[in-house]
Design a protein around this ligand. Structure first.
Ligand code: TPP
Ligand code: SF4
Length: 317
């Protein structure tokens, strides 16, 4: 997929050099100038460098959309699949190759519209992966249609007089799913915060859902611009068990102490969307992970194949 020039190492082989950000950079991004996706890509590449993830043991899975071009721009393995279907593909990858670091990148249409069923069940399955939902609150690739997360009243090509319905709240919805284990929100225009949230998400064992508020200067400028220009429209959730970036304290005066182990408080905070609230809403690593509870030992696949072959032989005409 990407024009990888590094020689691939085999599993277990020693890594002789340190990876740098440039080692994770794939093709040149074709997103619009000013698109928030550029900064998110940089944050992801910085994370991989900080964690020294081996490119051949890392995979980015996406659906279809502007955001879903992400795997092309990473020099790792990648799967640019079908609209809304990134999560089942990523689940299959993690179940069969548990040693891989699996990242999923989805747009808001991808995740909360056509892929909504997968989103709910993947959250409940709690398979160990890091999920980035790039939420520009509009359909970008197909040029400006209303998405479930479009704010009520915001006009688009499909609802030119403004979105009829109140927006779906992805944080509130994810927190409502049984077995949710990591739910966070960050914003592309606060890169230091975004990086820390992504790092916490990656280090969490389980399904880490990160909604990234993402600017789309083509179609949804009025949605985030007020918060970009006025930091008082944002609130940082800070806690020693969550994320806290002291360098941001000077600019962001609205800060709230929130313990991410408190699910009830997380749900209350998620419901109130007066301010753009960023931080870790909820984290609990004790929830069961499907990739462990339903782990298939490697030899089982051969046994199943042999069984199927015997069955085919039995019924052959
Ligand atoms: C099954 C299917 N239905 C519809 C489409 C058309 N389509 C492609 S991308 C997209 C929505 C893109 O919006 P979003 O997921 O929010 O991502 P963005 O482009 O904003 O990053 C749609 C409807 C498709 N490719 N496949
Ligand atoms: S249309 Fe919007 S989301 Fe898509 S690349 Fe351009 S700015 Fe980014």
């Amino acid at each position: 997929m990407s024009d990888c020039s590094c020689s691939l190492l085999t599993v277990g082989e020693e890594v002789e050099r340190e990876y740098e950000v440039k080692d994770y950079a794939g093709a040149t991004p074709r997103w619009c100038p000013g698109c928030g996706d550029h900064g998110i890509l940089t944050a992801a590449q910085r994370l991989l460098e900080a964690e020294q993830l081996r490119p051949e043991l890392t995979v980015f899975v996406s659906g279809i959309g502007c955001s879903s071009r992400f795997p092309h721009y990473m020099k790792t393995y990648g799967f640019h699949g079908l609209h809304g279907r990134a999560l089942p593909v990523a689940t299959g990858i993690k179940l069969h190759r548990p040693e891989l670091s699996v990242f999923v990148v989805m747009g808001d249409g991808d995740c909360t519209s056509i892929g909504a069923g997968h989103w709910i069940h993947a959250t409940r399955y709690n398979v160990d992966m890091t999920v980035l939902m790039l939420d520009n609150e509009i359909y970008g690739l197909t040029k400006n249609q209303t998405s479930p997360t479009t704010p009520q009243g915001h006009p688009s090509n499909t609802q030119p007089r403004g979105s009829w319905l109140p927006a779906l709240n992805p944080i509130e919805a994810t927190l409502g799913v049984t077995n949710a284990s990591f739910v966070a929100q960050t914003a592309d225009w606060v890169p230091a915060h975004m990086y820390e949230v992504l790092r916490a998400a990656y280090r969490h064992r389980g399904f880490s859902f990160v909604r990234i508020l993402q600017r789309c200067p083509q179609y949804s400028t009025p949605i985030f611009e007020p918060a970009v220009r006025n930091p008082d429209k944002m609130e940082l959730l800070v806690h020693e068990r969550g994320v806290d970036v002291p360098d941001l304290h000077g600019l962001y005066r609205n800060r709230r102490r929130h313990d991410p182990t408190d699910l009830d408080a997380a749900r209350r905070l998620a419901q109130d969307t007066e301010l753009f609230r960023i931080g870790i809403f909820y984290q609990d690593a004790s929830h069961p992970r499907y990739n462990e509870t339903r782990r298939v030992p490697p030899h089982a696949a051969d046994e199943r194949l042999a069984f199927l072959n015997r069955e085919f032989e039995r019924h052959a005409v």
